[in-house]
Ligand binder design. Sequence first.
Ligand code: FAD
Length: 371
Amino acid sequence: MADRCVALTEWDAIVVGAGPAGSALASRLRPHGRVLLLERDAAVTHASPRIGESLPGAARVLLQRLGAFERFLADGHGERGATVSAWDREEPVWFDHLRDPNGPGWHLDRARFDAGLRETAVAAGAVLIENCGRLRVSRNTNIWCVDVEAQGTQHRAPILVDASGRGATVARQLGLARRTDDALICLYAHLRADADDEDHCTRICADRDGWWYSVRIPSGQRVLAFHLDADDPALKTLRDPERFLAKAKRQPLLADALPSTGAVEVHARPAGSAALDVEALADTPPGFFAIGDAMLAFDPIASQGIFHALASAESAAAAIARQRAGEPAARAAYLQEMSAVCQRYHEHLRMTYDGVVRHRHEPFWARRIGN
Ligand SMILES: Cc1cc2nc3c(=O)[nH]c(=O)nc-3n(C[C@H](O)[C@H](O)[C@H](O)COP(=O)(O)OP(=O)(O)OC[C@H]3O[C@@H](n4cnc5c(N)ncnc54)[C@H](O)[C@@H]3O)c2cc1C
């Protein structure tokens, strides 16, 4: 629990989760009221490197409107180089983001990025409680109540937002179903990059039983990630760092860039598409919103999750303002927008997986191609 004693218990909005989505929303709501931001974990540090580091150039305008862009630029994130992929063929195909009208985008120091957004929210006046422990959500006479059990306090607000990421812990407490479309798992490691590793590309390649990416990040590490099915027996054996690295090095596109040694820890995370049921959300009592991964979590191949976290925070902030101004349909419009985002995303995802014809008979690809 943060040392600060929070005496206030009546708020205009309570946001659960201080990832990119929750912090961005807290910054946006703060000028119009009292905002409480509840975070399960302690402060973000470099001791726990986070996964998810590519940010498209289109995020610039969202960061500018958030008032977080100057700080973002000063935080030393790296400019994103080309994407090189061996998707349907062994021969690499280059895509240069420099031609993107929004600019090339960035490879983030993810811990610094998340910490920066949290600090922006606090600087805007949101009250942040880190290490908040277990929360219990209920509703009492048109007001949302959140019990912070470890503190023995109850906080109340007309607006409650689930920004707790893939776990969607608040929505689950409210009994909302979360549809998981794909039991994809990401195995990943942060390797110490070789001293002469100057590669700024994102390297992506299809394997018979999944797909890889590798990126060098500003901390001087190289992220190596492999995505495979949750029921693949290799999930267990590939937790062994030597085997993980050896498998990656069989891909010529990766072998070129990976460091020679790799005493690393291999972590696992769910990574498939998942979404809350929009119709069930529309039936929840007024004032409840879900944003970021809690609303809709993307397959990492889309590289869209952080952009969506910032964009959905902006849309939810606008809907909350309209609802406060007496427009009851504002939440329905927000949910309609999320449905449209979900539909477009699935169309793109299908096209991306359909592109891997060379492995189409392998179980991993057969499950996804044509879906
Ligand atoms: C393998 C992988 C690679 C990815 N690569 C990319 C990429 O290159 N580019 C990209 O844009 N996206 C990528 N993503 C997705 C991206 O990381 C997420 O979309 C993004 O972090 C979503 O932000 P969020 O704030 O919604 O959720 P999160 O970042 O998950 O933040 C949620 C916060 O809520 C807190 N929390 C959870 N439960 C509770 C609770 N009960 N009480 C209080 N707090 C709680 C958590 O501690 C966390 O701080 C990747 C994801 C994966 C799995």
